[in-house]
Design a protein around this ligand. Structure first.
Ligand SMILES: Cc1cc2nc3c(=O)[nH]c(=O)nc-3n(C[C@H](O)[C@H](O)[C@H](O)COP(=O)(O)OP(=O)(O)OC[C@H]3O[C@@H](n4cnc5c(N)ncnc54)[C@H](O)[C@@H]3O)c2cc1C
Length: 517
């Protein structure tokens, strides 16, 4: 039978779009099939109340400038409402701390002296990992020269740090963020805010081993040359994914929204296409999945096409969401205690100490949400008024920690949790509750239902030592190809991990071109 396409991509999240655009640019006949009505996945912008729009993923800071340029996204309409957004660590008493290097002196003179040196060294150490995040992870124990060279390159990058930094990298890489920060700083507010970034995407608090590695990986992507820093595209994150959609279609890819893939077709142990929800079969020798690994292998492909050991690995891949998202439609600007209005153009973190953050991560271990959540807050309308009706505002908050599998179940608990979150915000910004016109709370269960990622984890698979690099998401599928010929992964669970990075999509496209078509 004649193939309808060279490549079918399941899902138009930003990674599926990057992969599709790059393959189409190389002359492949590409179809991108998206189950929901819009493209972008968690990196889209949606209207959550009449006239009020928000992005689930609200800050762009990990996507390499080179990828934005290679895809011509600015020519496709990508604009930034803000770049290099500053961060303020909020304190409940109003003694906030700007994380700008010259402002940390307010915390303590000792921290003021230590902070620039620590940041510079940490960025240098992270830089040694950076080349590894822009390349497929090498396979271990093979005789292939490409794998040997990739491992040698990694060793060389670390060696190039010089003896002192190399020793420091090896000392800290397996450590927990808590001990590292205790060794370097005294201000609880500063340590709490830095630990927040170290643990984002993990399911473990700052005392857990491996949280320095999570932080190094984030820093490596964030501080790459030419990057935007914390940025907000015009139109929210959907401004990025709309530009990506245009880049894919301009290159010749077809994008079908509102079309769910029900099954991946296999014949003689190789992929032959997909079956859509409508029952229609579409044929292609290559299928790339932007869906998470459990959905891809267990639901869409079916374990009968895989060996038992591989199925067990997929089953064991941890993807337990503990992050929720809150969007508020406000009829006026929130007034945080003792905080200047201009700080609202940046990012606000509420993680006032490492102990506070550790306790927030404790709750999900027992099937509970934290009564004292840690928050990452933005007010996107400060930089981009088009996101709300004139004079009104949107507050967007990432919330740690609320487990997908809440012991009491979300159905009967969501309203109370929402009230708790509004109370917490009211304590930080008195009068806020009175200005709320509409609320959208997305628990990890809601995120799972909306974006179709099993477990509701925002990165499809937890960011953890044992789920990084050569083993992300699982051994046997860490280089984008999978055990089934013609089936590839490109989503957040593949290397270099979650977040709006796009490198997964680019590297998956590279793997497809190298192996399959
Ligand atoms: C609450 C929250 C806040 C976040 N904040 C940030 C942030 O500020 N900065 C940042 O960098 N990252 C953030 N992230 C993480 C980031 O959004 C994700 O890691 C990233 O968007 C994942 O992209 P993806 O393309 O791999 O997958 P997704 O965005 O999950 O897209 C997968 C797509 O596949 C589609 N799909 C799945 N199954 C099928 C099927 N069977 N048929 C057809 N289509 C299918 C889905 O509908 C979806 O559109 C956040 C995530 C969440 C949830």
């Amino acid at each position: 039978m004649q193939a309808h396409f060279d490549v079918i991509i399941i899902g138009a999240g930003h990674n599926g779009l990057v992969c599709g655009a790059l393959l189409a640019k190389r002359g492949k006949r590409v179809l991108i099939v998206e189950g929901s009505a819009a493209t972008g996945g968690a990196a889209g912008t949606h209207e959550f109340a009449p006239g009020f729009r928000a992005s689930t993923a609200h800050l762009l800071h990990l996507m390499p400038r080179a990828l934005i340029t290679a895809l011509g996204l600015e020519q496709q309409g990508l604009r930034f409402a803000a770049t290099r957004m500053p961060t303020t660590a909020l304190s409940a008493e109003g003694n906030h701390l700007s994380l700008a290097a010259d402002a940390v002196a307010a915390a303590s003179p000792a921290d003021a002296a230590a902070y620039p040196a620590f940041t510079a060294r940490f960025t240098r150490l992270a830089g040694a990992l950076r080349p590894m995040l822009g390349a497929p992870p090498p396979r271990l124990g093979t005789d292939a020269w490409s794998d040997r060279i990739a491992l040698l390159k990694l060793g060389w990058q670390v060696r190039r740090l010089g003896r002192r930094d190399m020793r420091e990298l090896l000392r800290i890489i397996g450590m927990n963020a808590y001990d590292l920060l205790e060794d370097n700083f005294s201000s609880p507010l500063l340590k709490g805010a830095l630990a927040f970034d170290a643990t984002l995407g993990a399911n473990l608090g700052p005392r857990a081993p491996g949280t320095v590695l999570t932080w190094l990986m984030r820093q490596a992507l964030e501080s790459a040359d030419g990057n935007t820093g914390l940025a907000q595209p015009v139109g929210g994150m959907g401004g990025l994914t709309d530009a990506l959609t245009r880049a894919a279609t301009a290159a010749g890819a077809e994008v079908r929204t509102g079309t769910r893939v029900e099954r991946v077709l296999v014949a003689d142990d190789r992929v032959t296409g997909v079956v859509l929800g409508s029952g229609e079969s579409l044929l292609a020798p290559v299928v790339v999945s932007n869906a998470d690994p459990k959905t891809t292998f267990l639901d869409l492909l079916g374990p009968e096409h895989l060996d038992t050991g591989f199925v067990r690995k997929v089953d064991h891949c941890r993807a337990r969401g503990v992050t929720a998202k809150l969007h508020l439609a406000l009829d006026r600007l929130p007034a945080f205690l003792n905080l200047s209005q201009s700080a609202l153009k940046g990012r606000l973190l509420f993680s006032p100490s490492m102990a506070y953050l550790e306790r927030a991560f404790d709750a999900p271990k027992y099937g509970e949400h934290s009564a004292e959540p840690a928050l990452e807050i933005t007010v996107p309308t400060m930089n981009d008024p088009t996101l709300a009706p004139s004079g009104q505002h949107v507050l967007s908050a990432v919330i740690e920690c609320a487990p997908r599998d809440l012991r009491a179940g979300w159905d009967g608990s969501k309203d109370a949790y929402q009230a708790l979150l509004l109370d917490r915000l009211e304590a930080l910004a008195p009068g806020l509750k009175e200005s709320v016109r509409a609320v959208e709370l997305l628990t990890p269960l809601d995120l799972e239902r909306r974006y179709g990622n099993r477990g509701g984890h925002w990165h499809h698979a937890e960011l953890a030592f044992d789920q990084f690099l050569f083993v992300r998401p699982v051994p046997g599928a860490a280089q984008y190809a999978t055990p089934v010929q013609g089936l590839f992964l490109c989503g957040a669970a593949s290397h270099p991990g979650g977040g709006v990075v796009g490198e997964n999509g680019r590297l998956a496209a590279q793997a497809v071109l190298a192996k399959a078509v």
